[in-house]
Ligand binder design. Sequence first.
Ligand SMILES: C[S@@+](CC[C@H](N)C(=O)[O-])C[C@H]1O[C@@H](n2cnc3c(N)ncnc32)[C@H](O)[C@@H]1O
Length: 373
Amino acid sequence: MKLSNPFVPDFKIIGILCYCRETYASQMADELSAYFAQSAISGYSKFSKHAGFACYYFHQSQALRTISKQVLFSELMFARQLVFLVAHPVHLHEDDRVSSVLSVIPESEQALQTCVVEVPDTEAGKHLSKFSRKFAVPLRQAMRGKELLYRRKFNKPITGLCWHILLTSSDKAHIGLSLPQNRSNHENGIHRLKMPHDAPSRSTLKLEEAIYAFIPKAEQSELFREGYRAVDLGACPGGWSYQLVKRGVQVEAVDNGKMQNELMATGLVEYYAVDGFKHRPVYGPVQWLVCDMIEQPQRVTELMLDWLVRGDAKHAIFNLKLPMQDRFATVTQCIRQLEQELKQANIAFSLQAKHLYHNRDEVTVCILRQSDL
Ligand SMILES: C[S@@+](CC[C@H](N)C(=O)[O-])C[C@H]1O[C@@H](n2cnc3c(N)ncnc32)[C@H](O)[C@@H]1O
């Protein structure tokens, strides 16, 4: 993918803010600590239980131009959004909240594209969402007045730098900014998808979101197309197969349950009532292996490696179920094993893992094979 080179202001950044699922703030904090433990940047993670976000504060502030290249949204598994913080949580004075925000926003040679006022994806956040929408209007106006923002056509997608004001109450906000190509472009970092009326299950949205999240738009029709074959392990009632069939891919659906009749009637799905751990591709290597079996993550990891290393599948998208305990440690261990064993097998690949919006207690992994070394 060709990356453009946007203007990045010379701001001092005091930390990182990542939005995540409500109950995953502690995992988000663990992940941030582990991420920075591998770098020379010292600091500490901070979170509240069920807050829907976590922060990592640096001991010494960092230059945005440098830190924005060192911290990558795509590498943070539990992060729905990545914001570079310019100030510690700000108290918003009841009689002039706008000025409270403006007081911490640094001056820049160039205006930013826009400012979004967001709330955590939590019960408390829901109660604040009406207030956040109302507050955004005078705030943006004031920011434009001070030339902190340039004028954007109504509803034009956000492609440039963006201020984020994350409200945790009507009088407290975290303030920072996000950069194009290093963030989610969705409001609150949530990619809401419409449930297709004829899909066999809501699980279909997990694979749909995964395809959008992991595969650049320009490559989606190249990687999923007519004539390609896939194996879907743990397929019933067919939500994931539905996404493949929709893209013209022929599917071997493996499960003991029942597949949706309409999906079977497309003629693109063959059903195999066998154990997903024993099935092998019926017509030789396939383009895609997808797997949504609810199983121990270590077992699924071994199975995916077996298929990929043997060359039975070129690419894979699968879920790793998160255990009750040691979630971050367990999934990190699985990902490390995948990376190590694929490297040992001389397979050139990219691996991405995300706790997607449509996931619950699972992480989706996408392994795309480049050419063999
Ligand atoms: C979460 S559901 C899959 C939903 C499906 N992806 C969809 O979109 O409709 C998990 C499925 O895995 C199947 N499963 C679990 N263990 C399996 C195994 N060892 N072999 C085959 N299927 C298995 C279950 O029968 C169940 O239908």
